[in-house]
Write a new protein. Structure first.
Length: 468
């Protein structure tokens, strides 16, 4: 089946052609016709399955088919998408902009962590589709800034995560402001009992769609392994590990914000272009970093768990658990950042001996023994701060490199990533232009300069009306 077979408007078909989509993914194949008919839908699908387009396309279609009754400030919110995190909201908003670029509809997103004023302005100027996190939406409802009394279509995305994050009371309140006579599209990766109960209260005789990603479950496509690495050596070990792998983009998880910043510094010293994303960064800095990562201008994203929620980037080939997560199920969320959309991926964890109990908890939860492997690359441990460095602690042995360690392109040095690295002080500075960036080794297998094209899709223009 092709997109033409759905009977979508030319405006949407042109936008899909611009995106390069010709064949619908399985969830789109099943969900789009049902949703176009105005029926309720209960979709069980993972991120990476193409579920955003599976709801965005019929929402756009249905809204444009029914015409646009009011203009300017009289424009009413006709579709509401509720999603758990600002990052996910922002990605969903981007999808609406992309697929709805040729329609007369206006879109905006509202989420916390940024000043409210820009969002108020966008709402005052009118929006047909609003993508929102429950918390900020509830704030705006309480202040009577947002009116949900004319909603025709409601979408809940990643409902299981919203409930995990404690949003059920907010969601219930929000629902009380939305007309009952509406279409509801409900998506969740998993369907535990509390999610099913919520779905039952919201949906009216829904079509049930359950889509598995191709080639087995995500975890089957992820090669998982453990390196035993003393905490103090993890920074250098990471540099050596990344140098030995040919990777597209990597995400490194640390437990703390400070830890994330330290890892970024360490990687930059080795001329690997990394950026941190965590709660100490402003929303605009986080967005800039994410755009850079998505455009492949940033090679390694170093993140804390909270900040990484909702980051859905297809080309992440490697996930590194620099620190093991305290909660075992966080491990599953982390490694699920790779092997998207049927691809393969690697997830490695650096385990200090003090973290063995966390490792055991992960193995218990996943019911899988994770192989502890020896590095196949030369590794020089971090130099101790003083001269009398203690002998290297045990867990790993030096192995004759099976592969040449990929030293930073510009540096002539061979295998030692040890203490000195390159001169500190040549980190990229925010706001410096592209020529600056070219100093940083991209470590990409084939990608060349990527498809960056400047500053991503942020900024002004068009009909983007949210504050970002
Ligand atoms: P999602 O699950 O919505 O996050 O989508 C996963 C990825 O698949 C996104 O990068 C989409 O741009 C991409 N995608 C969605 N639908 C299609 C399609 N029909 N053909 C090709 N790529 C698609």
């Amino acid at each position: 089946m092709k997109f033409e077979d759905f009977g979508l408007s030319t405006a949407i078909m042109q936008a899909l052609a611009t995106k390069g989509y010709s064949v619908p993914t399985p969830i789109q194949h099943q969900a789009i016709p049902v949703a176009m008919r105005g029926e309720d839908l209960l979709g069980s699908a993972e991120t990476g399955s193409g579920k955003t387009a599976a709801f965005a396309i019929p929402v756009l279609h249905n809204l444009t088919e029914k015409g646009n009754p009011s203009k300017g400030q009289g424009r009413r919110i006709r579709a509401l998408v509720i999603a758990p995190t600002r990052e996910l909201c922002s990605q969903i908003l981007d999808s609406f902009f992309a697929y709805g670029a040729n329609t007369p509809l206006k879109f905006t997103a509202i989420y916390g962590g940024v000043p409210q004023s820009g969002q108020e302005r966008a709402l005052r100027n009118g929006a047909d589709v609003v993508v929102a996190t429950p918390g900020r939406l509830m704030d705006l409802i309480n202040q009577r800034i947002v009116d949900l009394g004319h909603i025709e279509i409601l979408v809940l995305d990643e409902a299981d995560r919203m409930l995990d994050m404690g949003f059920l009371p907010d969601i219930r309140k929000i629902l009380s402001y939305i007309p009952k006579n509406r279409q509801t599209l409900f998506f969740s990766a998993t369907m535990p009992r509390n999610v099913q109960i919520l779905a039952d209260t919201l949906l009216n005789n829904p079509a049930r769609i359950n889509v598995e990603l191709p080639k087995g479950s995500t975890s089957e496509r992820i090669e998982q392994s453990i390196f035993m690495v003393p905490q103090k050596d993890k920074g250098s070990f990471l540099v050596s590990y990344l140098g030995s792998e040919s990777f597209n983009s990597a995400i490194v998880f640390t437990r703390t914000r400070h830890g994330a910043d330290k890892v970024v510094m360490r990687l930059r010293r080795a001329k690997i272009y990394a950026e941190a994303i965590h709660g100490d960064k402003s929303q605009s800095a986080r967005q800039r970093t994410l755009d850079g990562f998505r455009n492949r201008q940033v090679n390694v994203l170093v993140a804390t768990d909270i900040a990484a929620r909702g980051i859905d980037v297809d080309h992440i080939s490697h996930v590194v658990n620099f620190d093991l997560p305290r909660e075992a199920d966080t491990y599953i969320h982390r490694i699920g950042r790779t092997a998207r959309a049927g691809a393969k991926g690697k997830a490695v964890s650096f385990c200090d001996s003090s973290e063995r109990s966390l490792l055991r908890a992960i193995e218990k939860l996943t019911n899988k023994r994770l192989p502890v492997v020896q590095p196949k690359f030369e590794f020089v441990p971090e130099a101790a701060p003083d001269k009398s460095e203690a002998p290297r602690s045990e867990p790993y042995r030096k192995v004759t490199p099976s592969r040449q360690v990929a030293a930073p392109r510009s540096s002539g040095s061979s295998s030692s990533f040890g203490s000195s690295g390159s001169a500190p002080g040549d980190f990229p500075r925010r706001g410096k232009n592209k020529s600056q960036k070219s100093k940083y080794n991209k470590f990409k297998s084939g990608g060349g300069s990527g498809n960056g094209g400047g500053s991503g899709n942020g900024g002004g223009g068009g009909h983007r009306s949210s504050a970002d």
